[in-house]
Ligand binder design. Structure first.
Ligand SMILES: C[S@@+](CC[C@H](N)C(=O)[O-])C[C@H]1O[C@@H](n2cnc3c(N)ncnc32)[C@H](O)[C@@H]1O
Length: 197
């Protein structure tokens, strides 16, 4: 079977389904980022990728500045945002809360005065690599691994005024050289390490 082309789709598929039926603010990602009652965080997503996390957060009302350094991924994301915004008013409103920047977050974060930063680097290779979802494998083929993620975490911790959230494999070793997170939210395959500032 031919592998489907990598694309960014906020209208149908898993992302659209998650927006409609995913459990809203009770999901691990918004909880980790500090959605509580009527509190809606202002977020910088330092590793935008295909924008799924940012889209979920924006659909819950957050303003999300997204940074992506790969020119190809940035283009896919920008096309996906344009298509979604043209689909209907509801999606246009969500996309209106997403602000995409092309560049390296390590360079850009110090000038952004971010409150809350999300970091979701390409995760280290797993032994059970067949389990890695097709889409993630395609993304990894495009951008490789993110061996500089410790430097990104260090800069995020130095610049965020409220919190930094590291999205990491549930059983992944902590990135060496950092203090323990303030708390963790542990899901089926993913955990969120939350560093309060
Ligand atoms: C695992 S993906 C993120 C997936 C994303 N959370 C989503 O929901 O679609 C990691 C992405 O971060 C990007 N990235 C990694 N380090 C970066 C950096 N320092 N600055 C900007 N983008 C970065 C990679 O190019 C890759 O596209």
């Amino acid at each position: 079977m031919k592998t489907p082309e990598l694309k960014c789709d906020f209208v149908g598929g898993a992302v659209g389904h998650r927006r409609r039926f995913g459990g809203g603010k009770q999901q691990d990602l918004p909880k980790a980022l500090g959605f509580r009652g009527r509190t809606v965080p202002v977020i910088v997503d330092a590793t935008a990728g295909l924008g799924r996390d940012a889209f979920l957060l924006a659909s819950l009302g957050a303003s999300v500045t997204m940074i992506e350094r790969s020119a190809q991924v940035h283009q896919l994301l920008s096309d996906g945002m344009r298509r979604a915004a043209a689909t209907n008013g509801e999606l246009a409103e969500i996309i209106g809360r997403m602000h995409l920047i092309h560049g390296d977050a390590r360079k850009l974060l110090p000038d952004l005065a971010a409150e809350t930063i999300l970091i979701d680097p390409m995760h280290p290779p797993r032994s059970k690599s067949a389990l890695v979802k097709n889409e993630m494998r395609q993304l990894r083929d495009l951008v490789g691994h993110d061996p500089d993620c410790a430097e990104l975490l260090r800069i995020a911790l130095d610049t965020a005024s409220k919190r930094v959230v590291l999205k990491w494999p549930r059983r992944g070793e902590p990135i060496p050289g950092f203090p323990a997170p303030s708390h963790q939210i542990v899901g089926k395959s993913t955990r969120y390490d939350v560093f309060m500032r």
